[in-house]
Design a protein around this ligand. Structure first.
Ligand code: MGP
Length: 255
């Protein structure tokens, strides 16, 4: 298990050493994402940088805007949000517009560099200095001391994650099994996030097994607990499920 994790990480790192942001360097399997580049980042032409993996995993801008605004609407007092797998910064950028403090984590320096570069396309550099912390760390690895920074960063209001789904083949099976999420299966991922805040948001594949989400919810938060799930569309196309745990999200209609 450990060995295969190391192999996966090495393969990922190999695929992600290059910035692919010109039509000539986009491989055929990424062409459909290239065609949607302005949906991923409306300001793509202002210098957005993405690696191989980021092309198919970054959150489209409209969804990231909705996510950040909806979280803020549900929990207006929230000050600090952690973006666990910040990747190309799609979500991080929109969180910077809504929250006072944003901590972006990724286990690939190239991705952290992309987040910083892409955030600068959208946000003033002073805002980044004041609000953004980027952290290179392996979420799920309890021995990774780099993540200790989270314990020293004051109260964390929201833990957000748009984790790796295992590549674009996540729809090759009709139903997506929550154990296929990386770096941890859903229940373990929730447990690891709960240590920092009970208000948790995850972006999961559109074909995720809903029964398994419910089961993981009860296992981690107790029998009476519930999860709120929203389907996110770009136009008519369903892109994924935004899942919310925690009272702030459950009670939001009363505000
Ligand atoms: P997609 O399903 O590969 O493309 O990605 P498309 O064109 O919507 O699907 P098709 O089957 O209809 O052709 C859609 C969106 O899902 C991406 O823009 C990302 O926001 C999200 N996404 C895809 N993958 C593989 C991942 C992933 O591994 N992790 C995360 N967090 N998001 C992903």
């Amino acid at each position: 298990m450990q060995e295969s994790h190391i192999e996966d990480t090495e393969l990922e790192a190999e695929l992600n050493t290059e910035i692919l942001n010109r039509a000539e360097v986009i491989p055929p399997e990424l062409k459909k994402y290239w065609k949607s580049r302005y949906k991923l980042f409306n300001r793509f032409d202002d210098g957005i940088q993405l690696t191989y993996e980021l092309w198919f995993s970054v959150t489209p801008e409209a969804l990231a805007i909705y996510t950040a605004k909806f979280i803020k609407h549900c929990y207006p007092e929230a000050h600090t949000i952690v973006d666990l797998f910040c990747g190309g910064g799609g979500n991080t950028i929109q969180f910077l517009k809504q929250f006072d403090k944003v901590i972006g984590i990724d286990n690939q320096q190239m991705h952290l560099d992309c987040t910083l570069n892409n955030a600068l396309v959208y946000v003033d550099s002073q805002v980044l200095t004041d609000k953004l912390t980027l952290l290179n760390g392996n979420w799920g690895d309890d021995k990774d001391e780099r993540l200790n920074v989270l314990n020293e960063s004051g109260k964390i209001d929201i833990m957000f994650g748009s984790p790796p789904w295992g590549g674009p083949d996540y729809t090759s099976s009709e139903v997506y099994d929550v154990d296929w999420l990386a770096p941890l299966p859903l229940a373990d991922l929730l447990k690891s996030m709960k240590k920092y805040s009970r208000n948790i948001v995850l972006f999961l594949p559109r074909n995720t097994n809903l029964k398994q989400i419910e089961k993981a919810t009860k296992k981690v938060f107790g029998k009476e607990s519930q999860v709120r799930i929203t389907r996110l569309y770009v136009g008519a196309s369903l892109k994924g499920l935004l899942c919310f745990w925690g009272d702030e999200f459950w009670n939001y209609t009363r505000k």
